[in-house]
Ligand binder design. Structure first.
Ligand code: NAI
Length: 341
């Protein structure tokens, strides 16, 4: 059996708790993975003096795969987000976040099944901010034709491979005529030239948020620039049960880093109550990615087994407190392992 080496970044806050739980489930399920643990975030800063050590980046470049716990970022001061640095350094330009209703997780909506694609490398996350005078500070939103075309092509290709029917762009090109205007014109061009069979729609982001909370099932795939993608991802998490159930992948041409959409949740860190499901679902996405990219059917089989197991556990009402259940991290991990059969 082929073994795939994966960089494991435990991260900060609840990161080590959820990564440990996920590693255990993957091991019991027989995932053909071998871990190389590396540090990033506050944990790395404390141990090595750097938030994103070069050896962590090099390890991901070498193995081309990483499973990452959340990393904390200080507010209004301090270092640039490790997550943003990692996405920019490794050119992980596409963030994929599937948002699906789960049986056993009651919410206001049923049958939600949408995929968010977020441009992950530029926009207001370019980090160009400066103080102009004592009174004025500014932040630059940078958009390039290269990145806008690249993410549009990626999204439409993904839609075709996954047999999705429609892509909706959320934008604010009525106000940011140049930057969001470029994002729209690139997407239109790609759709018209190469993907006329995929339905295409443009919605102003504020109206889009209202439509999402009225009826999320009217959307199939959303394509957004960086900041809107960040905000709308959490909004969509709320439609299906919260941050505990939304996985993610950051994908580039060379490597991919899989991580949950949630952060380090400092208020519950160390209490043993964090929900490991979003990271587990991200690990399932990673196994499917390996199966597809490296033509390894065994990864697909393990991914399906794990998916069936967590769905069974949830359907039986065995879930963590954030989802209205009474299990802690360890008990939910055991519930999934028992459901593996
Ligand atoms: P957060 O996602 O950490 O927490 C938001 C809320 O959701 C909190 O009430 C938290 O307790 C709950 N929550 C999140 N994940 C959960 C889980 N697995 N199980 C149970 N409850 C969960 O967002 P917040 O508070 O805005 O950010 C905290 C830190 O995380 C910040 O330093 C932020 O920069 C960082 N962050 C890191 C991300 C990453 O590494 N990809 C993504 C988002 C935030």
């Amino acid at each position: 059996m082929k073994i795939h080496r994966v960089v494991l970044i435990p991260g900060d806050g609840i990161g080590p708790e959820v990564t440990q739980a996920v590693q255990r489930i993957l091991e019991v399920a027989g995932a053909p993975l071998e871990w190389e643990e590396r540090q990033a975030g506050i944990t790395a800063l404390e141990s090595s003096g750097e938030v994103l050590p070069a050896e962590t980046v090099e390890a991901i470049q070498r193995h081309r795969l990483a499973l990452k716990g959340p990393c904390s970022t200080p507010i209004s001061e301090g270092f640039t987000s490790v997550n943003v640095q990692l996405r920019q350094k490794l050119k992980l330009y596409s963030a994929v976040r599937p948002i699906s209703s789960l049986k056993g997780v009651p919410t206001r909506y049923q049958g939600v099944d949408l995929i968010i694609i977020r441009e992950n490398t530029e926009g207001l996350y370019s980090g160009v901010e400066n103080r102009v005078t004592d009174d004025v500070v500014m932040s630059m939103k940078i958009s390039t034709q290269t990145a806008c075309r690249r993410i549009a092509r990626w999204a439409f290709r993904f839609a075709t491979q996954r047999r999705r029917r429609k892509i909706t762009i959320f934008h604010k090109a009525n106000i940011m005529k140049l930057t969001d205007g470029l994002f729209l014109s690139c997407a239109r061009e790609v759709q018209e030239h190469d993907y006329p069979n995929i339905e295409y729609e443009e919605v102003i982001v504020d109206a889009g948020c209202m439509k999402l909370v009225q009826d999320p099932t009217q959307f199939d795939m959303l394509l957004l620039e960086n900041l809107y993608g960040d905000v709308v991802s959490d909004l969509c998490a709320g439609l299906v049960g919260g941050l505990g159930v939304v996985p993610g992948a950051n994908i580039g041409d060379e490597q991919a880093v899989f991580e949950a959409v949630h952060g380090s949740a400092p208020t519950i860190a160390g209490k043993g109550v964090a929900n490991p499901l979003a990271l587990l679902m991200s690990a399932v996405m990673m196994l499917e990615y390996i199966a597809e990219k490296r033509k390894d059917e065994s990864c697909h089989e393990v991914a399906s087994r794990i998916q069936k197991a967590y769905l069974r556990a949830l359907a039986d009402g065995r879930k963590t407190q954030d989802l209205g259940g009474d299990l802690n991290t360890e008990a939910f991990t055991e519930a999934v392992i028992e459901s593996l059969g």
